[in-house]
Design a binder for this molecule. Structure first.
Ligand code: HEC
Ligand code: HEC
Ligand code: HEC
Ligand code: HEC
Ligand code: HEC
Ligand code: HEC
Ligand code: HEC
Ligand code: HEC
Ligand code: HEC
Ligand code: HEC
Ligand code: HEC
Ligand code: HEC
Length: 304
């Protein structure tokens, strides 16, 4: 039942389209024959006869040409369109809002700069008078934020906008203070390097997040680590102590390095954790617990 009505509908539509096509074809031919034969008369008639003859077929040049839509631009400039779609950010606006002039480039006139949109038209000198050569940094207007190549000019001015980072590096002298921002943040603006691009890890399999947990990138000598830091991380540099703790029979074997040494190079006091385990007399006589307990990383135990 439904199929039948569909078939009938299709047939009717088909017939209507056919008639429309025939009508179009005759109309299209008509103006051309009129143009060639009756052209001289047309001008004279025009002034008087416009209103009287509204149905007269239009000349080709009377056609109401609509401007291209962005979709139509996109059909030819597919890669540009796709780039704006993916990386354009807030530049996902109609092409002609920027390209008020287009298809006007003339290699003889070398007029590229004249016809191309100017950033300042919409943004002015948004970062002040120092940064007026927009394309030095925003190298692709169709991807204004994601494609910012590290040009030499760009590399000189990081501190203008990132004063805090710049100050942090200066205030905490380390070998990173002498490394150029753009040597680490190479490639493009916003790129974050991995430490392992330039360094070897202390222990195999160490991850980048771990490096950062101990070493702030802009103050790498300010070493801080969480209490949960695993012993092998320390063991990479303190193999002897690490091996002792790993094999000791004492209960200190269960205490993490980072628990006793919450800061690098900090030496804890036994009393921090144990208070006063023995009588005053003993402790007065032997002020250093290790006089009897010998090695904190491998305490002598009863079973030993
Ligand atoms: C925010 C403004 C802006 C928008 C929106 C924009 N463009 Fe552009 N476009 C520019 C500028 C500026 C240049 C000149 C770049 C240069 O000189 O290298 C340009 C260059 C071009 C070029 C020539 C250079 C090239 O990259 O091939 C084409 C083609 C182009 N645009 C097409 C488009 C199309 C198509 C759209 C819309 C889908 C569009 N643009 C949207 C600003 C814009
Ligand atoms: C029928 C295909 C076609 C359509 C539609 C089209 N372009 Fe182009 N466009 C070209 C070709 C071909 C070139 C020259 C080669 C090139 O640069 O890719 C060009 C060049 C350009 C250029 C750089 C040179 C110049 O003289 O401006 C811009 C900008 C541009 N087109 C923008 C647009 C915009 C905006 C639209 C839509 C409003 C559009 N185009 C629609 C084919 C097309
Ligand atoms: C026709 C106007 C127009 C032109 C020309 C134009 N822009 Fe924009 N741009 C905009 C608009 C609108 C926004 C969104 C602004 C907002 O939301 O504050 C924008 C946003 C941006 C952003 C931020 C993008 C984001 O996703 O956050 C950057 C960067 C930018 N423009 C750079 C440029 C550069 C560089 C040029 C020259 C190559 C340029 N613009 C030319 C209209 C324009
Ligand atoms: C020295 C490099 C440099 C120059 C030159 C430069 N910009 Fe930027 N611009 C940047 C950086 C970096 C950002 C921040 C990008 C981000 O947020 O990831 C930015 C951001 C922007 C934004 C977005 C602002 C916002 O608040 O979201 C606009 C718009 C913009 N620039 C336009 C321009 C225009 C217009 C010019 C030329 C008059 C220009 N820029 C020159 C480096 C530059
Ligand atoms: C015109 C101002 C401006 C200049 C110049 C500038 N930046 Fe930025 N930068 C910004 C802005 C704005 C942001 C975005 C801040 C945010 O998201 O909090 C940013 C973000 C960053 C980020 C962080 C990206 C992230 O994922 O958090 C890095 C890294 C960065 N910039 C490095 C640099 C370096 C290196 C230079 C010099 C080569 C530089 N910037 C020059 C404005 C600038
Ligand atoms: C030795 C490499 C190195 C140098 C040199 C360096 N950075 Fe970084 N920077 C990094 C790393 C790694 C991160 C990521 C830090 C994180 O995720 O905790 C970062 C993060 C950033 C960030 C985003 C986070 C934040 O702290 O605001 C900005 C902005 C930044 N750097 C700017 C700069 C500037 C500006 C300079 C130069 C004055 C610079 N950096 C020098 C490696 C470096
Ligand atoms: C682009 C290369 C580069 C990157 C990326 C980098 N560094 Fe460095 N780092 C250096 C250089 C160069 C030195 C000086 C090395 C030397 O003299 O042997 C250095 C030195 C150091 C030092 C010793 C500082 C001193 O003053 O003695 C530490 C710690 C350090 N880096 C940690 C890190 C960490 C953690 C990361 C990741 C957040 C990192 N680095 C990323 C280049 C880099
Ligand atoms: C548990 C904390 C910790 C972690 C995680 C850590 N480091 Fe270190 N790092 C240190 C300590 C402690 C030093 C020695 C500082 C000193 O000499 O006083 C150091 C020194 C360095 C040095 C200076 C040169 C050297 O080898 O002595 C570099 C470079 C370095 N670390 C890079 C890294 C990198 C890259 C990672 C990640 C793979 C990383 N660190 C992870 C604590 C850590
Ligand atoms: C990159 C190598 C490195 C790593 C990783 C490292 N250290 Fe160190 N550590 C050193 C260096 C170098 C010294 C200074 C040694 C010296 O002065 O003889 C030191 C000194 C110490 C000292 C003080 C020693 C003394 O004689 O005063 C303690 C305690 C210490 N580290 C504990 C740790 C702990 C706990 C960890 C893990 C969280 C750790 N270290 C990770 C390199 C490292
Ligand atoms: C960060 C805390 C901490 C510090 C600092 C510390 N200890 Fe302990 N110690 C422990 C813990 C936890 C145990 C296990 C206690 C238990 O299981 O009852 C322990 C156990 C012991 C034991 C019993 C050993 C065993 O295997 O039965 C002795 C002895 C001891 N500590 C001596 C010391 C001495 C001496 C110092 C200083 C050189 C010291 N401790 C520093 C936490 C600490
Ligand atoms: C129970 C607490 C405790 C634990 C757990 C512990 N330490 Fe210690 N560590 C100390 C104390 C207390 C000293 C000072 C010893 C002294 O004065 O002779 C010390 C001294 C050191 C020293 C300097 C003297 C030496 O023996 O080389 C280093 C390095 C060190 N510890 C690293 C580590 C590392 C790495 C770990 C984990 C593998 C670790 N410690 C685990 C308490 C601890
Ligand atoms: C004169 C030697 C001597 C001195 C000094 C000494 N101890 Fe002991 N300590 C001992 C002996 C012996 C034991 C019992 C050992 C056993 O039971 O295996 C012991 C046991 C302990 C225990 C284990 C207690 C338990 O209940 O299992 C702790 C904890 C302890 N000592 C901490 C310390 C601390 C902290 C200091 C320094 C303030 C210290 N000792 C100083 C000799 C000493």
């Amino acid at each position: 039942m439904q199929r039948k009505t569909k078939a009938v509908l299709l047939l009717t539509v088909g017939i209507v389209v056919l008639f429309a096509l025939i009508a179009c074809a005759t109309q299209q031919i008509a103006p051309i024959s009129q143009q060639t034969v009756a052209a001289p008369v047309q001008k004279a008639e025009a002034a008087t006869a416009v209103k009287a003859e509204p149905a007269r077929p239009k000349s080709l040049y009377d056609a109401d040409i609509k401007p291209l839509t962005a979709e139509e631009c996109a059909r030819c400039h597919f890669s540009t369109f796709t780039q704006i779609k993916n990386e354009g950010g807030k530049h996902k606006i109609d092409c002609v809002q920027c390209h008020t002039i287009y298809h006007a480039y003339n290699p003889k006139k070398q007029n590229w700069d004249q016809i191309m949109p100017r950033c300042q038209t919409c943004h002015g000198n948004i970062h002040g008078e120092k940064f007026t050569a927009c394309a030095e940094c925003h190298s692709n207007p169709h991807a204004p934020k994601t494609q910012m190549a590290m040009t030499a000019e760009f590399a000189k001015v990081c501190g203008d906008c990132h004063a805090k980072v710049s100050k942090e590096l200066q205030a905490n002298p380390s070998k990173h203070t002498k490394v150029q921002c753009a040597q680490c943040h190479a490639q493009k603006h916003g790129y974050i390097p991995a430490c392992m691009q330039c360094h070897k890890p202390h222990t195999q399999g160490q991850k980048n997040e771990e490096c950062l947990a101990c070493h702030p990138a802009h103050n790498p000598l300010k070493i801080e680590y969480p209490e949960t830091t695993k012993n092998p991380v320390c063991g990479g540099c303190h193999a002897e102590v690490y091996n002792k703790i790993a094999t000791t029979a004492s209960k200190h074997g269960q205490v993490a390095c980072a628990k006793c040494h919450p800061k690098h190079r900090y030496i804890p006091k036994c009393e921090d954790c144990h208070g006063k385990p023995h009588g005053e007399v003993v402790l007065k006589k032997f002020p250093n617990c290790l006089q009897c307990h010998t090695d904190v990383h491998d305490l002598p135990t009863r079973s030993k």
